[in-house]
Design a protein around this ligand. Structure first.
Ligand code: NAG
Ligand code: NAG
Length: 482
């Protein structure tokens, strides 16, 4: 019976994967064709630009590359009246540069990494080592105005009015500190040289990153007037604060599950929270409701072609693993139990530990194997398949009952459904629902842990004291739940 259920679940997962795969690859080829068309159309250079930076040397380089491309394509899709510029350090791979130039229609400016003198500071975070490259944006003097962006921005609409702002404009998403994830500037060699000079002189910088440096360079921005674009289209002079709607903090959204910035535009979402909660990771949704917005943009623009090979290989691997453990079920455990001398308690302890770790690994390891930037639906489907396949290896190798070993699996699936439920009135109700679900689940998970431990004990002792020689029937304990 369990066999049938397993087959059904597997078929469903494969079906779901198939749908997502087809969707992902077709949109990516469509997007590619479209991108080529826009590059050919692109005529005279613009007077303004949207710029972002890219550098190498963090474990997340590839993710930022994908995020940058999706942002560039989204801006192109919004038909912005501006150039798209990427300030890339010299070590960014040539094929990435070519993809951004030829497929995304960006201009790539190569720069040498600026030394970060704050790396000696006690609170220094190494992932900010090269963020000082951001000040190169002041050297883009071919443009009247530049909107400088981090790659974790989602544009809800075009923001070309920002080019009417003055020499420096930024958003205060924190009451006292403006955010450097999006700001407007007038490029100037004079300012650029002065900044490099200040950097060499180690101007005070509380966080050792671009945020602290640029914040310190424009200390009076909080007292400046709010930017309102003149309706006659003229460019302003001076420095301004920008309305909050240009950098809506994703965490506000999670409270209400909608935007409620009543004044000014609702234009750009930013994700200033922990780096592993950036929206491009597959685990970001349904954990964070906004992750899907980023993936919608990726699906419409870049597509998922780049990760499909890895996804297919893993899919085959997990299905194969499931089939092998299924077919080899009686023989595998027999071999394994006969070879090991389990008469010593030490050996029993070791086997127990291996069994427990193998079950934990079944739920943890897939997070490291699945390509991090795939679509959440694809990512979670692959995760469920992988943890299912790996759990069934432990179940069969250690003669454990299947249902208790799979209890966390069912729990995770339920949690995903509770989180993805689309009709919550606000974030508080959603959070309470998730908590309530966890509360209801906890006793079941606990019971299944107890069950697994006792079955493990039973199967180890039984094997130790009555070594089976040749008969392939599993011990009676396993038939009860399986
Ligand atoms: C445009 O409007 C601003 C005020 O919004 C005004 O100061 C400026 O003189 C106007 N410029 C032109 C060319 O009309
Ligand atoms: C801003 O300054 C520039 C150059 O100094 C000048 O040409 C322009 O008219 C000024 N714009 C406004 C709106 O004052």
């Amino acid at each position: 019976m369990a066999w049938k259920i397993e087959m059904k679940m597997m078929m469903m997962m494969i079906l779901l994967l198939g749908v997502v795969l087809v969707e992902g690859t077709t949109t990516s080829s469509k997007a590619k064709a479209k991108a080529k068309a826009t590059v050919i159309k692109g005529g005279a250079p613009h007077r303004n630009a949207y710029a972002t930076m890219m550098y190498m040397g963090t474990p997340r380089d590839y993710e930022f590359y994908v995020a940058t491309r999706v942002m560039l394509r989204s801006l192109a899709k919004l038909k912005v009246d501006a150039d798209l510029v990427v300030i890339a350090s010299l070590d960014v791979p040539l094929r990435w540069v070519q993809a951004m130039e030829q497929e995304d229609g960006a201009k790539v400016v190569r720069v040498e990494n600026l030394n970060n003198p704050y790396k000696k500071q006690a609170n220094f975070d190494w992932r900010f080592m090269l963020t000082m490259n951001k000040i190169y944006v002041w050297s883009l003097v071919d443009y009247d105005r530049v909107v400088m962006l981090d790659s974790d921005n989602i544009f809800l609409q075009k923001t070309d009015e920002l080019f009417q702002c003055g020499q420096f404009c930024a958003v205060f998403i924190n009451p006292c500190v403006f955010h450097t994830g999006l700001f407007v500037l007038q490029p100037s060699m004079e300012v650029f040289k002065d900044m490099v000079h200040e950097l060499e002189n180690e101007r005070d910088n509380p966080d050792g990153a671009d945020q602290g440096f640029i914040g310190g360079y424009f200390p009076n921005l909080l007292d400046r007037p709010m930017f309102h674009p003149p309706t006659n289209g003229t460019k302003l002079n001076g420095t301004y604060r920008l309305p909050l709607g240009y950098q809506m903090d994703a965490s506000y959204y999670y409270l209400k599950l909608r935007w409620s910035v009543p004044c000014g535009p609702n234009s750009v979402i930013t994700f200033p929270s922990a780096p592993w909660l950036k929206p491009w990771y597959w685990w970001s949704w349904p954990v964070l409701p906004l992750g899907i917005s980023w993936h919608e943009r990726r699906l419409q623009t870049l597509g998922y072609g780049a990760e499909m090979a890895a996804v297919l290989i893993q899919l085959v691997l997990y299905v194969g693993l499931l089939a092998v453990t299924r077919l080899a079920r009686p023989n595998m455990s027999k071999l394994w139990y006969r070879r090991v001398d389990k008469s010593s308690t030490l050996m029993q302890m070791a086997l127990k530990l291996v069994a427990i770790w193998s079950i934990i690994a079944a739920y943890v390891v897939p997070f490291f194997l699945i390509p991090r930037t795939v679509h959440p639906v694809l990512g979670w489907t692959l995760y469920l398949l992988a943890s299912f396949a790996l759990s069934s290896v432990s179940t069969n190798a250690f003669l454990l009952p299947m249902l208790p070993v799979l209890a966390p699996w069912v729990g995770i699936l339920g949690a995903l459904l509770v989180m993805a439920f689309p009709w919550y009135p606000d974030g508080i109700v959603r959070a309470i629902s998730v908590l309530g679900y966890a509360f209801v689940c906890a006793p079941f998970i606990w019971a299944s842990i107890v069950k697994v431990m006792t079955s493990l004990q039973v199967s180890l002792e039984k094997e130790a004291f009555f070594p089976r020689l040749g008969d392939s029937t599993p011990p009676p304990g396993i038939n009860k739940l399986c």
